[in-house]
Design a protein around this ligand. Structure first.
Ligand SMILES: Nc1ncnc2c1ncn2[C@@H]1O[C@H](COP(=O)(O)OP(=O)(O)OP(=O)(O)O)[C@@H](O)[C@H]1O
Ligand SMILES: [Mg+2]
Length: 243
């Protein structure tokens, strides 16, 4: 089963105890949103799942019956977990197309591989700018490129860290549409997001992190529950409309 089980994960960075025993599951093809205020440890949790923290976390990261926690980072890509980091991290010396080609991995046996043409159909702006340097794109286009780059590895689960951060509403909508399409293809999502409505539109379950721990988990929230959860755990009011 391509579900990710995070079990009792702890991360220390320098003197900071950043992730303090987090457990959660992202079921196969499911979408889970992780919300929380600035600095609570969301990015560190994603980096730990991707094997990018030094030292490696304590705990277990189970994927298809295998524990990845002590495995090197590149193995995540190989087994079907991709990462779209906060701030996009586009390779500055490469063109748009080179950014995509460098991430290419074969598809799993029995499933179709994403092609560059399919990605250009999803994001026509990238086709127009295929020979430009990746970092010459707008923030929204760079986010499209970062998502496309993740898809080039033919993942079954994508971890996304604040994909809407700093983007204009029209770009947020565009990214939402594409992520919905990705979901329809059965790819799982684990999404860190500050935009509650965006998270709710896309995901089955919302979990909330405070000071290194998960303090709330809920599915199929109503508008009233959303307001209540946001006020109690995130310290802000959420407007009833998505805009
Ligand atoms: N390399 C590091 N060494 C020591 N402390 C770190 C390191 N990286 C992050 N931290 C600390 O860990 C805490 C969590 O940081 P993290 O970036 O994971 O938070 P976040 O929830 O993603 O925040 P944001 O919403 O701003 O993106 C912060 O207090 C940060 O200062
Ligand atoms: Mg972060």
């Amino acid at each position: 089963m391509a579900d990710l089980q995070v079990e009792n994960l702890h991360v220390h960075l320098g003197d900071s105890y950043v992730v303090q025993g987090v457990s959660l599951t992202v079921g196969e093809g499911r979408a889970v949103a992780l919300l929380g205020r600035n600095g609570v440890g969301k990015t560190t949790l994603l980096r730990a799942i991707m094997g990018l923290t030094d030292p490696a976390p304590r705990g277990n990261l189970l994927w298809e019956g295998e524990d990845l926690v002590q495995q090197p980072s590149w193995l995540r890509n190989k087994v079907g977990i991709a990462y779209v980091p906060q701030g996009r991290r586009i390779f500055p010396s490469l063109s748009v197309e080179e950014n995509l080609l460098i991430a290419q991995r074969p598809a799993r046996p029995g499933s179709d591989a994403w092609t560059i043409e399919q990605l250009y159909s999803l994001f026509p702006n990238l086709r127009e700018r295929r020979v430009q340097r990746g970092t010459s794109l707008s923030g929204g286009e760079q986010q499209m490129l970062a998502i496309s780059r993740a898809l080039m590895s033919n993942p079954r689960l994508i971890l996304l860290d604040e994909p809407t951060e700093g983007l204009a509403p029209i770009m947020v909508q565009r990214i939402l549409d594409v992520l919905k399409e990705i979901r329809r293809k059965g790819i799982g999502l684990f999404l860190v997001e500050q935009n509650f409505h965006f998270a709710k539109e896309l995901t089955d379950e919302v979990v909330i992190m405070q000071a290194g721990r998960l303090v709330y988990s809920g599915e199929r929230l109503t508008a009233d529950q959303i307001s209540d959860v946001a006020a109690r755990h995130l310290g802000f009011a959420v407007s009833p409309s998505p805009h």
